[in-house]
Design a protein around this ligand. Structure first.
Ligand code: GDP
Length: 139
């Protein structure tokens, strides 16, 4: 079933000019980039986005990282987009990520791991509205 998921190309990847290479993996996985914008996240935006992790010891480090350089926010569309993108991303820790995944290819560490992808369709919808207006998404 066609669905949408929310993606962020994180600062470690934009800093190394890997946006195109990450997008090539995304498209190669059968996902269509139906909205995309490069932004400098504010601290408030990053804190809200990762609110679920606010009690974790790495929360401060994560927020500092996410605002350390521009990110590319995206909406991806395709059959089972949420699961398909999680598979293309690979495990959170690149040391555990499968061959050919974005994190295996490009991530630097468990924190600086190149991409975010929603973990459920419900969260995808909540995340998409934080960054895109409906008319900016062109399927
Ligand atoms: P994801 O869904 O695979 O992105 O993983 P999680 O939801 O568990 O964590 C969210 C994000 O927090 C990860 O993608 C990392 O950027 C960051 N993160 C997770 N674990 C750690 C950690 O142990 N240290 C640091 N610095 N960041 C972490």
């Amino acid at each position: 079933m066609a669905e949408q998921t929310f993606s962020i190309i994180k600062p470690d990847a934009t800093r190394r000019n890997l946006t195109g290479k990450v997008n090539a993996v995304i498209e190669g996985a059968g996902l269509r980039i139906v909205a995309q914008r490069r932004i400098q996240m504010t601290r408030a935006q990053a804190e809200k986005f990762y609110e679920i992790h606010k009690e974790r010891p790495f929360f401060g480090e994560l927020v500092d990282f996410m605002i350390s350089a521009p990110v590319v926010v995206q909406v991806l569309e395709g059959d089972n987009a949420v699961a398909r993108y999680r598979e293309a991303m690979g495990a959170t820790n690149p040391a555990q990520a499968a061959e050919g995944t974005i994190r295996k290819l490009y991530a630097e560490s468990v924190g600086e791991n190149s991409v975010h992808g929603s973990d459920s369709a419900d969260n995808a919808a909540l995340e998409i509205v934080q960054f895109f207006k409906p008319e900016e998404i062109v399927g």
